[in-house]
Design a protein around this ligand. Structure first.
Ligand code: VGL
Ligand code: ZN
Length: 205
């Protein structure tokens, strides 16, 4: 995190630091728990803090359990485009859907729940995977005069990546703080995410 300082138009966007993405979770991100300490440290410094929470109904169509033709981590075609299938995770109200117990969530000013519609997944904090349905976060940030969105959390190659790319495409200066992220990394997805974010004009710090 070299040369990074917080300024007044900044918002911190903390992606999906939830039990199912941490140790022994249903969709465990390698070393996912390691983001909690740096994320807590960051949250104390930002004037605006947003947490996201992946929040699926039990029969969500992104779950491999809802499909017979494909399994976990396979990609299938949905009406809105390609979708990776996942183990059941972050089911609304379950332990796996709760924030990591050590996450200092009292620092948050807004919690955005996403992926709650059974037919459409949402990696991004801004727009669902159908690329049209807004979560409202863009307007909320703009109302507060936010100019720059600083992203961290889980997983770097999915929800952090797509949240950062949508922040950028909505006109925010966008930074991803890699020391406070961890990735799933399937078939080179971390490298692909970094390339894609860099070419979108996102700063990796
Ligand atoms: C995520 C896959 C499925 C994430 C959420 O938080 O990166 N990945 N749901
Ligand atoms: Zn999910």
């Amino acid at each position: 995190m070299t040369g990074f300082t917080v300024s007044s138009g900044d918002a911190l966007l903390v992606i999906d630091v939830q039990n199912d993405f941490c140790r022994s979770g249903a969709l465990e991100v390698p070393d996912g728990d390691a983001v909690v300490a740096p994320v807590n440290e960051l949250m104390r410094q930002f004037p605006v803090v947003v947490l996201t929470q992946d929040w699926h109904p039990a029969a969500h169509t992104s779950f491999a359990s809802q499909h017979t033709e494909a399994g976990p981590f396979d990609t299938i075609n949905m009406p809105y485009g390609e979708q990776t299938l996942w183990p059941d995770h972050c089911i609304q109200g379950t332990h796996g859907s709760r924030f990591h117990p050590d996450l200092a969530s009292d620092h948050a000013h807004l919690i955005v729940r996403k992926g709650f519609r059974a037919e459409v997944d949402s990696y991004s904090a801004f727009v669902e995977n159908d690329k049209v349905t807004s979560t409202g976060l863009d307007h909320w940030l703009r109302g507060l005069g936010v100019k720059r969105v600083v992203c961290c959390g889980l997983a770097l190659d999915f929800c952090v990546r797509f949240s950062a790319e949508d922040a950028r495409s909505h006109g925010f200066d966008t930074v991803v703080l890699e020391h406070a992220c961890r990735g799933i990394d399937m078939q080179g997805s971390v490298a692909a995410a970094r390339d894609s974010m860099l070419s979108a004009g996102i700063t990796l710090s």
